[in-house]
Write a protein that binds this ligand. Structure first.
Ligand SMILES: [Fe+2]
Ligand SMILES: [Fe+2]
Length: 573
């Protein structure tokens, strides 16, 4: 039994090396002279023909049948040995393990005690998710409670009793034992009762309390395991693992979100996943909720290749004060005083950064190219004075209410989802003849030298625009205006749909780019730098133009979320 298990393990390791040699991995490691890009993930959309399906590496205990073991222990298997011979393309969901033989979810009812079990050719590691009790091995008797981690060595003959007042809920990891392995004589119980919470786990957000089980402690195959906590609204650094490495996580308590490759998951407690070992498929564990999240990490760390890949890893350092402060780039009209500009009541969303390119010293004072970005109201039964914009153009995206805009002898309707581009040098009037307030986002750009503005107002409807494109894995842009439509500095004004339960490709922008995202619907969330934020309507964010701050707009709701977007990419002024 022992020999067979180890032979399988060795074969699997050899297989993954062979697969790499045959070039069947989704991407190739860097060649000499190539560099890893620590500020972007792979921009190409997910292609199931060329990349593994992350969903095959995610499974929940309820996917399997319950079995009663040791007389009264109810067990459900979550993780199974690899089905097939390709660790990147398992043939069955959840059947991917190459270092362990099982991960089970187990429940022992109140007052129950298991029959004695002697382990041969394998060891078990238990993690107590909830409840308390005792584990007994000969003359050794140990108390176990929530968060305890227990190594039951080969040859132990042990029982578990639930002495508490609620179900004892455990996760059971089964590892094979190699020939010649000398198991420890006693059961090892690690309590975290007095261990303080730290960030020793790294990856931006992993909170650990020390006490990692390692081979020095008596593990036979696995090289490390420990519980990991995530505080609310924190995400882990996306990073990848090379062929030969097996990293498995399970969720013990809380609302868990996971970016695994280019696929986004919301996982319930009792779910486990593995990082497909391609070297370029990244994973990021996230707590996007309001209460702490408890997970468990285990790893077999014997890579068969050590080369790096271009994509799959973002910069590993935790946030430091010398990085752009994302909260300086998040702003709302609700935080600013009003002024009146050509009859509209305006309140700034973002303002100019007085020292272009420098770190902003006031929240929201970040614009380097665009003249101003505001939220504006026009009251009921109000009409603007005739206005002509000098060397400036304005874009109005209507949030609520209805009105008309007239210029160049033509009148156009304004309503929610309509967007108007008013060119420089054309007299126009906005007329709100209704009993409702007209509410809009207003973007103002200076025109560049030698620019020829449109002769007419242009109004487009986000629902009927014909230019649409997908980008950054998930975005669905409804392009309202581009330069060909009469924009001068701006290159793209769009309503961008963020699909339900999706996370876009994290990427960064350099100093030539000015990119702003604003809420229309509720439910807009985003990664900015190494942080995540959730904002209500009336808020926006600009991407810090430092080439290093990641951003991704994502959606954890079951509904499409609309955002108002404008961007320029070539630093023109
Ligand atoms: Fe990892
Ligand atoms: Fe971007």
């Amino acid at each position: 039994m022992k020999k067979i298990t180890i032979a399988v393990l060795l074969c699997l390791i050899a297989c993954s090396a062979a697969l790499y040699a045959q070039g069947t991995l989704p991407s190739q490691p860097l060649k000499a002279g190539e560099e890893q890009d620590l500020f972007q993930l792979d921009p190409k959309p997910f292609d199931p023909a060329k990349e593994p399906d992350s969903d095959m590496f995610v499974s929940h205990y309820s996917d399997s049948e319950m079995k009663v073991t040791a007389g009264c222990l109810k067990e459900w298997q979550i993780v199974y040995p690899l089905a097939g011979d390709d660790p990147v393309y398992p043939e069955e969901k959840g059947h991917y393990a190459t270092s362990i033989t099982a991960l089970n979810y187990a429940v022992l009812d109140v007052g129950m005690k298991t029959d004695p079990e002697r382990l041969s050719g394998r060891q078990k590691i238990l993690y107590i998710a909830f409840g308390s009790g005792e584990i007994v091995n000969g003359s050794q008797r140990e108390r176990i409670e929530q968060d305890a981690m227990i190594l039951v060595p080969e040859n132990a003959n042990y029982t578990i009793e639930n002495t508490g007042s609620r179900e004892l809920v455990m996760y059971v990891i089964v590892e094979p034992v190699p020939d010649g392995f000398k198991p420890r004589a006693d059961i090892l119980v690690r309590h975290f009762t007095e261990a303080s919470f730290g960030t020793g786990g790294g990856h931006w957000a992993h909170g650990t309390r020390g006490g990692t089980f390692r081979q020095e402690d008596g593990l036979a195959t696995i090289t490390g395991m420990t519980p990991v906590w995530y505080l609310p609204m924190m995400l882990g650094q996306p990073h990848a693992h090379n062929p030969g490495v097996e990293e498995i996580w399970f969720v013990a308590e809380g609302d868990f979100h996971l970016l695994l490759g280019k696929q986004f998951f919301n996982l319930a407690p009792g779910t486990a996943y593995k990082v497909p070992p391609t070297g370029s498929l990244s994973h990021s564990n996230m707590n996007l909720g309001t209460t702490p999240l408890r997970t468990f990490w285990l790893m077999y760390n014997r890579p068969t290749i050590r080369e790096k890949f271009k994509y799959g890893t973002l910069h590993p350092n935790p946030p430091t004060p010398d990085e752009s402060n994302p909260d300086m780039y998040i702003s709302s009209y609700k935080e600013h005083y009003f002024n009146t500009v050509h009859s509209l009541v305006e309140r700034p969303m973002l303002k100019r950064n007085n020292e272009k390119g420098a770190r902003p010293t006031e929240r929201g004072n970040v614009l380097n190219y665009i003249d101003r970005y505001s939220h504006a109201y026009m009251m009921a039964h109000q009409r603007t004075v005739p206005i002509t914009l000098e060397n400036t153009q304005e874009v109005y995206y209507i949030l609520s209410g209805t009105a008309t805009i007239t210029g160049g002898g033509k009148t156009y309707n304004l309503y929610p989802g309509a967007c108007a581009l008013v060119p420089a040098g054309l007299e126009f009037v906005i007329d709100n003849a209704t009993e409702e307030i007209l509410e809009m986002y207003l973007v103002s750009e200076k025109v560049t030298a030698g620019f020829t503005p449109n002769k007419e107002i242009l109004v487009r409807d986000e629902k009927t625009v014909t230019v649409r494109h997908k980008s950054h894995w998930t975005y669905e842009s409804h392009v309202l205006f581009g330069r060909a439509d009469g924009l001068s500095q701006l290159q793209n004004v769009a309503m961008v749909e963020i699909p339900p339960n999706s996370f876009s490709q994290p990427h960064s922008h350099d100093e030539k780019v000015e990119e702003v995202w604003s809420t229309i619907d509720t439910g807009m969330e985003f990664m900015l730098g190494k942080h995540v934020r959730k904002i209500e309507p009336g808020y926006c964010y600009m991407v810090p133009p430092d080439g290093k701050s990641f951003h991704a707009t994502y959606n954890t709701t079951g509904k499409t979320v609309r955002t108002f977007y404008f961007g320029m990419y070539d630093g023109t002024e």
